[in-house]
Design a protein around this ligand. Structure first.
Ligand code: NAD
Length: 298
């Protein structure tokens, strides 16, 4: 079992750190939120007062932060960990950020002799709690293999997409596809409802037909069709609209830079951005179901 410094204990990082502690790793955790720290102590981890204290003596440093600026700040900022990390430690950043930032942080750490991989995840809060996440890694084979001993206690799949930054590219490809599926599924369910169909029955039909997809299987956006999903909990407790809008912005930025054509991705980016602007940024991303509701229901 290893000593792990864990930074960022939000919707995802909290349950991930908790699973590491439950698996028997010594977890020293840090978050800016006192509440998040209290919760993790109850699950068997130690609370650190600073990020530097959390990583002290750790073999692995795992971070799960909101966006690029938080990751840059924690590792390369004025009081950044780059000056505190040592050459025996492996940094595993699980946040979803731009590939560019992952490569920049990786390069700066590498110059200081510190090993780094990007390892964004798929599987949502449910997967983080159940320990069934998929890790999509970018880094050398040696470093990704070394990370498996902790990643396997938080997830069930560990992929290596390529070198540092490649994990982030694969992750945004997946999330762009997910957003298209979520909007399409929402439209189909709203169309059926508007024409008198029971969304439960329609979901069963589409699940057994050619329209079947992940959102129908485990994350139905229509309230009341499935238990234990955000749509049946007032769209709380899942993957925020704001975070999806961020990922879709990253996908568009990457598409522009590489000349890839992503018309559907561009459209869903605009839909999620606009839904956030209308005040729904803190709801789960399946709330886009209400964006495509008939005018009379809005
Ligand atoms: P969150 O907002 O719930 O948690 C982020 C945590 O980071 C917060 O607790 C915050 O206090 C902490 N934090 C911010 N700056 C910090 C700092 N300088 N030092 C220490 N802690 C700091 O976000 P989340 O839903 O846990 O998502 C985290 C990352 O995972 C994001 O990049 C997101 O895109 C990605 N992700 C989320 C989901 C999901 O379903 N929520 C799924 C896959 C990937």
């Amino acid at each position: 079992m290893a000593t792990v410094g864990f930074i960022g204990l939000g919707n995802m990082g909290g349950p991930m750190a908790s699973n590491l502690a439950k698996a028997g790793h010594k977890v020293k955790a840090f978050d800016l939120s006192e509440e998040a720290l209290k919760a993790i102590v109850a699950d068997g981890a130690q609370a650190a007062k600073t990020a530097a204290e959390a990583i002290d003596g750790a073999e692995f440093v795992v971070s799960m932060l909101p966006a690029d600026r938080h990751v840059k700040g924690v590792y390369l900022g004025d009081d950044g960990l780059i000056n505190k990390l040592n050459k025996d430690q492996l940094v595993i950043d699980c946040s979803t950020i731009s590939s560019e930032t992952a490569m920049y942080v990786g390069e700066q750490l590498e110059k200081a002799g510190i090993a780094f991989i990007d390892a964004p995840v798929s599987g949502g809060v449910g997967g983080a709690k159940a320990g069934t996440l998929t890790f999509i890694c970018g880094g050398t084979e040696t470093n990704v293999d070394r990370a498996r001993s902790v990643l396997n206690d938080m997830g069930k799949n560990v992929f290596r997409a390529g070198d540092v930054g490649a994990g982030q590219i694969a992750k945004i490809c997946n999330n762009m596809l997910l957003s298209v599926l979520m909007v399409g599924t929402s439209e189909a369910l709203q169309l059926g409802k508007a024409n008198g169909l029971d969304p439960k029955v329609l979901s069963e039909i589409m699940l057994a037909s050619s329209g079947s997809n992940w959102t129908l299987q485990v994350y139905n956006p229509c309230p009341g069709v499935m238990d234990n999903v955000p749509s049946s909990n007032d769209y709380q407790g899942g993957f925020l609209v704001d975070l999806m809008a961020k990922d879709l912005g990253l996908a568009q930025q990457t598409a522009l830079e590489s000349g890839a054509a992503t018309p559907m991705g561009s459209l869903t980016r605009n839909l999620y951005h606009s839904w956030s602007e209308q005040g729904h940024g803190r709801q789960d991303f399946s709330s886009i179901f209400n964006y495509v509701a008939p005018k009379s229901q809005k």
